[in-house]
Design a protein around this ligand. Structure first.
Ligand code: MRU
Length: 364
């Protein structure tokens, strides 16, 4: 997507053997790029959420393997890189998917050939992610067109949670891809953006990228979604996912489940944009997904920008109040209207997913 008129992806290889990324912890206040020069830097960027979002975590892990192979392509180096990168974040399955893919390809090669193969495969994974997200956009566009046809001349109101935008992927985004496609096609859309406490990816990242692309949007507190749906102010919800299992249960940023419950109560279609590397074919029950527990300081403190322009943290609770910080929740498949994948739209069910991905379903 464009940033100040210049096309950007969220991750890119540099000619000197390093990797460029956008520092997402500085947005929306500052747009800064960073350079990853070795595997530990890639692991740290994932762990500290300088990069985040399931598909981008996978792409960063792939480039992390390439950085590792440039330094130590031995079997021991390969195993150590896999373990370090795998330990960064537990929920988004794209991490394991990318690491398994790289390890399987690289371990079949002599060490001298591993670095070149890893760089090539990391670039392919990034390119594939862009193509997958664009295809999700094309399939999801049809759902927005249908919603627009139900209210001619009026704006289609879409609610999204967290950031499943281009910043969470390599480009396009998953939940945002249909929105960008609809906006670009001249369909009037407006997006309700959940702030997404505690890290505020909606407020900081989704608002930033929608604004840069000119998509009309409004920030709401996480608790507003039910009210908006009850008043008929939401035509459809589209969210992303960090891991969807073979029966269609969806794990996504904490708070997604509450939106799905409200959507079901008010007959608002609830769609999940799902790239296939985010499907965990090994699991058949969403409650088996590991839920990341993050630092309580993310709950008890907030980041903000002072009038003087400094980024600073402030405490919002009494000093002694503890905070709990489960970062994801599971929305049962029954609450999901449909999954929007790169192969088309399907029911959130074993049959629905197996129908679109018979090859993967059989191999699992
Ligand atoms: O903790 P984060 O910011 O990595 O969580 C991101 C989300 O929950 C997104 O909705 C999800 O990764 C989908 S990304 C296209």
């Amino acid at each position: 997507m464009l940033v100040d008129g210049k096309p950007f992806r969220t991750i890119w290889p540099n000619t000197d053997g390093s990797v460029g990324i956008i520092d997402q912890t500085r947005l929306p206040h500052e747009f800064e790029t960073l350079t990853l020069r070795d595997m530990p830097a890639a692991a740290k960027a994932i762990k500290t959420m300088i990069v985040r979002g399931a598909p981008l975590i996978g792409a960063t892990a792939a480039y992390g393997m390439a950085l590792a192979m440039a330094e130590d392509p031995s079997d021991a180096g390969l195993a150590a890189a896999y373990d370090s990168l795998y330990a960064t974040r537990p929920t988004a399955v794209n991490l394991r998917w990318a690491l398994d893919d790289l390890r399987a390809r690289l371990s079949a090669l002599p060490p001298a050939e591993r670095a070149a193969a890893a760089w090539k495969r990391a670039a392919e994974i990034a390119d594939e992610d862009v193509a997958i997200c664009e295809a999700i956009g094309d399939h999801g566009l049809k759902l927005i067109e249908e919603a627009a046809a139900r209210k001619p001349g009026e704006t289609v109101q879409i609610l999204t949670h967290c950031n499943a935008g281009w910043l969470a992927t390599v480009d396009w985004g998953t939940a945002t891809a249909p929105i960008y496609k609809a906006h670009d096609a001249g369909i009037p859309v407006h997006v309700w953006v959940d702030e997404t406490r505690p890290r505020n990816q909606g407020a900081s990242l989704t608002c930033w990228e929608l604004g840069r692309h000119g998509v009309p949007h409004t920030l709401v507190v996480d608790n507003a979604g039910g009210h908006l749906m009850q008043r008929g102010q939401v035509d459809l919800c589209i969210v992303g996912t960090d891991r969807t299992v073979a029966n269609g249960d969806v794990c996504n940023k904490i708070g997604t489940y509450l939106k799905a419950l409200a959507a079901a109560a008010h007959n608002v279609p609830f769609y999940v944009a799902l790239p296939s590397p985010t499907i965990d074919w090994r699991l058949t029950d969403g409650f088996a997904i590991p839920i990341e527990e993050r630092a309580e300081s993310e709950v008890t403190e907030m980041w903000g920008k002072t009038p003087e322009g400094a980024l600073t943290r402030v405490r919002i609770t009494p000093e002694t109040t503890p905070g709990a910080n489960p970062a994801f929740d599971v929305t049962p498949a029954a609450l999901v209207t449909a999954l929007i994948t790169e192969r088309g739209v399907c029911a959130a069910s074993t049959e629905g997913l197996a129908g679109l991905f018979p090859d993967h379903a059989k191999a699992a």
